[in-house]
Write a protein that binds this ligand. Structure first.
Ligand SMILES: Nc1nc2c(ncn2[C@@H]2O[C@H](COP(=O)(O)OP(=O)(O)OP(=O)(O)O)[C@@H](O)[C@H]2O)c(=O)[nH]1
Length: 311
């Protein structure tokens, strides 16, 4: 997913664009960082781990560079089941396609854990240039931070190390400015006028997915996906949004719909309320649950997420 399209005449001469893979353990603060970088609620902050599936998570503009942040399902190691192995492969594909990689680490974890170590090994094997961002510096002592940075430096080679607080914004501008200078020259992947619409559709799908996860208590961790089918704005300012929740099997559909439609109704109400707050207007949300068998084995699905999965 690099900028391969021919540069449209007269558009952003001298512009730069980078696909930036944001990797890090669950709860490292990826969503918080993106929200700050993008300046809008583009990803969903939640305490639950691994809520992340959508590929393009945010688009930030820094100087004349467009930074397209993508993130990965957040699993890089320890996969046993076929499904998990597919997610691991997809995660690495995402990293391989990116121009730059930012490894975000929760500095409250005072030491480099095994999972992060193996992520670093994987990145080195693939020859990726990696930037380390030690996050949550607002919550820890300076000495601890310096010790941690030294530990990372011993374990791997980093282009740069940034110390940031995604929550408070400290250091985030420096990180973005540096990424902007590293972005390859080329046309922007997303024209400026698409930027407003794309995140909204992604956010809407993410909101529904999050409500489903919460309602189902993660009974269907990876087996569902949500797509925005249509988005219609009316003269009175209200919006009609239709989405489809895809599951793999009839039995999963029954779980997602719930007895007498109770679950999906609850999800719809909660998601609609949040969408109304976000869009500051009335929203008519329609949710459909459909079975799309073996979609996890269907390369076209992965391409829809930008994953191009062929394994
Ligand atoms: N103190 C502090 N807390 C932070 C900071 N950044 C994120 N957090 C908190 O850390 C928790 C996890 O943040 P998220 O942004 O959801 O983490 P994530 O990496 O996107 O998590 P997944 O989507 O589950 O992979 C949330 O409670 C955030 O409020 C920070 O700079 N300082």
């Amino acid at each position: 997913m690099t900028a391969e399209a021919p540069e449209p005449a007269g558009e952003r001469p001298g512009g730069r664009c980078a696909v930036v893979a944001l990797v890090g353990a669950p709860n490292a603060g990826k969503s918080t960082l993106l929200n700050r970088a993008v300046g809008a609620k583009v990803s969903i902050v939640t305490h639950k781990v691994q809520t992340t599936r959508t590929r393009v998570r945010g688009i930030a503009i820094a100087g004349d560079s467009q930074l397209v942040f993508v993130d990965t399902p957040g699993i890089f190691t320890g996969a046993k089941r076929r499904l998990e192995r597919a997610m691991v492969a997809a995660a690495w594909h995402g990293v391989e396609d990116a121009d730059l990689v930012v490894l975000l680490h929760d500095a409250q974890k005072a030491h480099l854990d095994d999972e992060t170590r193996s992520i670093l090994e994987g990145l080195a094997q693939r020859g990726r240039r990696v930037v380390l961002a030690l996050n949550k510096i607002d919550a820890i002592k300076r000495e601890t931070l310096l010790g941690l940075a030294a530990e990372f430096e011993q374990a791997a080679r980093f282009e740069r190390i940034f110390m940031i607080s995604a929550r408070d914004g400290d250091g985030v501008d420096d990180l973005l400015a540096w990424l902007a200078t590293q972005a390859p020259e080329g046309p922007w992947l997303y024209p400026e006028d698409q930027l407003s619409d794309l995140p909204q559709r992604l956010i809407a799908a993410e909101i529904v997915r999050e409500k489903l996860f919460l309602a189902l208590h993660q009974e269907l961790p990876y087996s569902l996906t949500v797509e925005t089918d249509s988005w219609e704005a009316f003269k009175d300012g209200s919006v009609k949004i239709q989405m489809t929740v895809y599951v793999q099997r009839e039995q999963q559909k029954r779980i997602a719909v719930g007895q007498g439609g109770r679950t999906i109704r609850l999800v719809r109400e909660q998601a609609q309320r949040e969408l109304e707050e976000m869009l500051e207007t009335r929203v008519h949300l329609f949710l459909y649950v459909k079975v799309r068998e073996r979609w996890l084995d269907d390369p076209a699905r992965y391409r829809d997420w930008g994953l191009d999965f062929d394994g």
